[in-house]
Design a protein around this ligand. Structure first.
Ligand code: CA
Length: 722
């Protein structure tokens, strides 16, 4: 309740100022006033509004706590929270940004790396900036054309673009200051993460680990965008020499393959944090490229610095320490998840820690000065390891967890992780870290015919065993294991204190406040407030869309506001299909801003029901199965498992007769490249494209038959009940 006390101190300050004024009134006027007048209250003056409180940095502060000391909105009045205003974005793809709020302006970034500035109180659009990302670059990204936010410093904004640029704008009017290309355009690099600012530099990473890139971060001068340093996270071809000692040491942990051809991976695509006292910059490092270590580094090895937390000196980008969460990464177990710096008392001693819940399912607490492992405990369902050995600091893997030779069974966590990019929050009042967690398994298998497909997905996995089975009982058994939850994790006791279940995975980032509140949007289209100490559900708003981005709060002109970028998207919204157990989720792209007694209303939601009316299937079963293999290699990542869309891209089962007639022009020719659907004519031949078409038509017929069977089953059940 820090801010409550600040607030009352401010009020006390105002009162004493007024009293001082009355004492200093001109003597001529006070001469006839009796002495008691001094104790009479002065004429009621409007109370000065409480000071403005901004949200100036991505994680609120450099420790990235996402805990706001604001408590004007609290567990006693949150039921009065209402919509103050909303702003419709002109795009219909995923939104994941954390808004920044500075000097009465909300800065957000949206699909295709566009940046918006809105008046924080009225919602008026002040300016917007479109960096003109070429739409055909969408094929080079794993997880939707999203952007997680901008960085701000002294009137200047900084953000990354999907095609690998770092751009600086004047915050006042959105005019361009400078831009630099931070990536090699010959490689499928993308940027979706927010830059961070450390002293006079802006730090930016990149993505592309699924496709084939070598990860690195780069520091640029705030003033003119001049490059200050670059740190690679994985070694290149040893024959070319090494950029640093850190790379030389890392190369000793790779062997037998030509990882540099695909790239090696290790991208820093989201999380960073900075400790100014220790002068350490922390980076969360991603998965291997390809995922499959057997292909990437057939002699084995830890493959540093994949899946690691790295600490660098931000002045020159030199290595200080690392901790690797998943040695020999092979399951897309990134350690790019949100990292939080905090001071905890552990075993009676104060410790400066860094905390992370990476994809691999363990919650880590490290000493952030040295990288020493302090604790590691399962927060999600884990089948790949039994525990982390505290002596060695290494996970103890289970038999068969590596898919070398044969496919795994249902393996937890799958590639979307026990926790993905959705930010957590650390609340020092409750001592809890709130994790937007999930369980979603996967079946890992090696692609025996792997070849490097330049510019496309290169995971080295055969995705067929992971596709949901058609048999309704088998399918339901898998879907029953897919869940989402808020886990209120006590990092000192190393266990959850409370847990709230969701209908499905892929729920929003989290905010907590000194008002004893936790806010989160979810995949069921709600924005919800919970009590921070107990998880009790206190308030809900129908957002009409899935919400994945994290909310923020700020105070402007005396009112506290809650703001969130609402809109459905991101990797699971593309690939998820029926694994999105919260049901079909529409995307409506909006900035929603709330205050106590807000009275604005959203327009009624339009129901966009799918019309599935496929043409006759004329192909053989062999052609359909051949199409399935190609679909699961090229198409699944955007159009969903089983051709069931997650909501962010068109559902191919519902193609119109006109679209079916244009199949070749779209799939091979690239007719819809301006929507991000490039032509695959350079990679697929006509027969492969036809087979994919047959598979999509077969899936449409399958869905109709499945719905009919479900309807007749329900009718029978009703009949039985009569
Ligand atoms: Ca990945």
């Amino acid at each position: 309740m820090k801010l409550r006390s600040v607030h009352w101190l401010a009020v006390a300050g105002i009162v004493s100022t007024l009293a001082a004024c009355s004492r200093e009134a001109p003597p001529a006027e006070t001469a006839t006033v009796p002495a008691v007048a001094e104790t009479v209250a002065p004429a009621p003056a409007p109370p000065a509004p409480a000071p403005d409180v901004e949200w100036p940095k991505h994680g609120l502060n450099q420790a990235e706590t996402r805990f706001s000391p604001l408590a004007d909105i609290n567990d006693g009045n949150v039921d009065k929270l209402g919509l103050a205003w909303y702003f419709d974005y002109p795009t219909a793809r995923g939104l994941e940004a954390t808004p920044l709020v500075i000097d009465g302006v909300i800065y957000t970034s949206g699909s295709w790396s566009m940046v918006y500035a809105n008046n924080a109180v009225t919602g008026e659009l002040l300016w917007f900036y479109d960096p003109q990302v070429p739409r055909n670059w969408a094929v080079h990204g794993c997880c939707d054309v999203v952007n997680r936010g901008v960085a701000y410093d002294q009137g200047r904004l900084f953000f990354g673009t999907y095609d690998g640029r770092l751009v600086s704008l004047n915050a006042a009017d959105g005019s361009l200051r400078w831009e630099v290309q931070t990536t090699d355009k010959e490689r499928p690099y993308t940027i979706t993460g927010a830059p961070r600012i450390v002293k006079d530099k802006v730090i930016i990473g990149n993505g592309g680990g699924e496709f084939g890139v070598r990860g690195y971060v780069t520091a640029y001068a705030l003033d003119d965008g001049a490059q200050a340093w670059r740190f690679y996270t994985v070694p290149g071809n040893p024959a070319d020499g090494f950029e640093s000692d850190a790379m030389k040491k890392a190369a000793e942990t790779w062997g037998g393959g030509e990882w540099w051809v695909v790239g090696g991976g290790g991208t820093v695509w989201d999380s960073m944090a900075y400790d100014p006292e220790l002068n350490l910059l922390y980076l969360g490092v991603g998965n291997g490229a390809p995922w499959n270590r057997q292909i990437r580094s057939p002699d084995g090895g830890d493959n540093l610095y994949l899946s690691s937390i790295l600490a660098l000196n931000p002045d020159d980008g030199s290595y200080v320490w690392h901790y690797q969460t998943t040695p020999g990464e092979t399951w897309d177990y990134t350690a790019t998840q949100h990292m939080i710096l905090a001071d905890l008392e552990l075993d009676g001693k104060p410790r400066k820690v860094i905390m992370q819940a990476p994809k691999n399912g363990f919650f880590y607490v490290l000493d952030r000065a040295t990288g020493e492992l302090l604790s590691a405990d399962a927060y999600a369902t884990i089948t790949w390891a039994t525990h982390v050995d505290m002596e060695t600091g290494r996970p103890v893997e289970t038999e068969g967890a590596r898919y070398e030779g044969k496919a795994t069974g249902l393996h937890f966590p799958g590639p979307i992780g026990g926790h993905n990019w959705h930010p957590m929050s650390y609340n020092p009042d409750t001592g809890l870290v709130y994790i937007p967690a999930q369980d979603a398994p996967w079946v890992y298998a090696t692609d025996e015919n792997f070849r490097h497909r330049k510019g496309y997905w290169n995971t080295g996995t055969d995705n067929r065993p992971a596709s949901l089975p058609d048999d309704p009982v088998e399918k339901q058994a898998v879907l029953d294991t897919v869940t989402g939850a808020i886990i209120a994790w006590d990092p000192v006791a190393q266990q959850p204190r409370w847990r709230v279940e969701h209908e499905g995975p892929w729920n929003g980032g989290i905010l907590s406040t000194a008002g004893n509140l936790v806010f989160q949007g979810n995949s069921s289209g709600e924005l919800v407030a919970y009590r921070a100490d107990t998880g009790e559900r206190l308030w809900v708003f129908d957002a009409q869309t899935g919400v994945v981005a994290p909310p923020v709060v700020f105070r402007q002109a005396g009112n506290q506001y809650l703001a969130v970028v609402a809109g459905w998207g991101g990797s699971l919204a593309l690939v998820g299909g029926e694994a999105l157990t919260a049901g079909p989720i529409p995307n409506r792209s909006r900035l929603l801003v709330f205050k106590l007694d807000g009275k604005a209303e959203l327009p009624p939601a339009v129901d966009k029901r799918l019309v599935i009316d496929p043409p006759e299937l004329t192909a053989s079963a062999e052609q359909v199965m051949a199409g399935r293999k190609e679909y699961l290699t090229y198409c699944v990542y955007c159009h969903g498992d089983g051709a069931v869309s997650g909501g962010a891209t068109p559902d191919l089962r519902a193609l119109t007769p006109e679209k079916h007639a244009m199949w070749d022009a779209i799939v091979l020719g690239g007719m819809h490249w301006q929507n991000g659907m490039v032509g695959f004519g350079g990679e697929l031949d006509k027969e492969q494209s036809d087979n994919i078409h047959y598979y999509v038509i077969e899936r449409a017929h399958f869905s109709l038959a499945e719905s009919a069977a479900e309807a007749s089953g329900e009718a029978k059940e009703e009949g039985a009940g009569d």
